[in-house]
Design a protein around this ligand. Structure first.
Ligand SMILES: [Zn+2]
Length: 417
């Protein structure tokens, strides 16, 4: 399975200039290739093949006056930029045809110098890790890396990312063998909440961490500050950097915390059951969705990745399951409950329920039933299919938590059990 490992890197001023130029070249190659495909489509011509495109927007372009500067940077990141565009197209086609599960994927977009996030991908030919721990990037040089943990194997590629807060990261893709943990008996259902982060069917509660709320408050304050600054002013640019830094801080803190929570759950339980988040988000309205979804989808993704790696099971209760209406004692369907109702008594058996705990128990029961009925059933351990680490850098923006999940992992990361 492919995993991502991210580390802060500290390029020198000269290396930053070279990186900036390479970001620019890779962006131009991406945009030229995208424009060529769009034109072909408009003109009713066949879809240009990658090999032809490569010749056109890299090899031939270098010989023209307008694109001669493409020759001044390493060719590997330029080729990877085209490959990533191919993958983005493939994802789009598979999404449209229904071959790809999950959220619909849109057409690839043009990249801009002003994008909050700039990235470059190097394959095996384009980078190596020196014995002194520096990361050698072709035509850039030896870059200092802050190794917060060891890589479990030789990486197959590295993506160098510059985020809106001005920080550089190297994100390595490493192929690792799953290493199953000794089996345990415990299974839990998890109800993701609004007042608390989550309630587990064993009665334990995961609270929203206070430090995260503090960081979010700070973020809101600097965002208000930004809104008051005059457009185009120096102070506005300064305020914008402040917002980016606060954003990065919130994202890092949340990721580290999520790693901690999911590690504990995966270590202690054999199977975890969750509700489908889309169904849940819809039921709760837009505001709740925007505030909480980001964290929830990362929570689920981390659980799935860790389960696949350590031989655990993650089950998703997919249908619009009325987890908060059913009595977990007798199965009576008691009818919808407004969000404000935190406790209720079953009208059939009289059992007194905590809303979230009851829902978690129902999710556990539904998940276990689904798994028993599924072909193959619970005989195979670790049937969860991991979301593979995506070697493709999609055009994401700051704050898009779904897609930035792994990239800027600070002290967090994957190999933590
Ligand atoms: Zn009941």
């Amino acid at each position: 399975m492919h995993l991502r490992y991210s580390f802060r890197v500290y390029p020198t001023a000269g290396q930053r200039a070279l990186l900036a130029r390479t970001f620019g070249c890779a962006r131009v190659v991406h945009n030229d290739a995208l424009a060529a495909r769009k034109e072909a489509r408009k003109g009713g011509l066949p879809y240009p093949k990658s090999t032809d495109l490569q010749k056109r927007v890299i090899t031939a372009a270098k010989r023209t006056a307008e694109r001669a500067w493409l020759a001044s940077v390493g060719v590997d990141p330029l080729i990877q930029s085209l490959r990533d565009l191919d993958t983005a197209y493939r994802n789009f086609f598979e999404s449209v045809s229904g071959k790809r599960a999950g959220r619909p994927v849109g057409l690839p977009r043009f990249k801009s110098k002003r994008d909050a996030r700039q990235s470059l991908r190097f394959t095996r030919n384009g980078f190596r890790i020196r014995s002194n721990g520096k990361l050698n990037l072709a035509k850039i040089g030896d870059v200092r890396v802050k190794w917060s943990r060891a890589l479990p194997a030789d990486p197959s590629s590295v993506t160098v990312v510059l985020d809106a807060a001005g920080r550089y990261h190297a994100s390595f893709v490493v192929d690792v063998e799953p290493s199953h943990l000794p089996e345990v008996d415990a299974e839990v259902g998890i109800d993701l909440g609004l007042t608390t982060y989550a309630v587990l069917s064993d009665g334990s509660v995961i609270d929203n961490p206070r430090f995260l709320r503090k960081a979010e408050k700070k973020l809101k304050a600097v965002q208000r500050e930004l809104a008051r600054k005059a457009k185009g002013s120096k102070n506005r640019a300064k305020a914008r950097r402040k917002v980016a830094k606060a954003h990065a801080k919130v994202a890092d803190a949340r990721r580290d915390w999520l790693h901690k929570q999911t590690n504990r759950i995966i270590r202690e339980t054999q199977a975890v059951y969750l509700e489908d988040l889309n169904v849940r988000g819809l039921a709760r309205g837009r505001l709740a969705k925007s505030v909480h979804d980001a964290g929830w989808s990362t929570f689920r993704r981390l659980l799935e990745e860790k389960a696949a790696r350590y031989g655990r099971h993650v089950g998703i209760v997919h249908r619009a399951f009325p987890s908060s209406q059913l009595c977990s004692e007798c199965g009576h369907r008691d009818g919808p409950k407004p969000l404000a109702v935190r406790e209720w008594a079953c009208s059939a058996c009289g059992a007194l329920h905590d809303r979230d705990l009851n829902a978690a128990r129902n999710i556990l029961a539904a998940g276990q039933a689904d798994r028993l009925n599924a072909p193959g059933g619970p005989v195979r351990p670790g049937v969860a299919i991991p979301h593979r680490a995506r070697p493709v850098e999609r055009g994401t923006r700051l704050g898009d938590q779904r897609s930035t999940g792994f990239r800027a992992a600070g002290a967090g990361g994957v190999s933590v059990l």
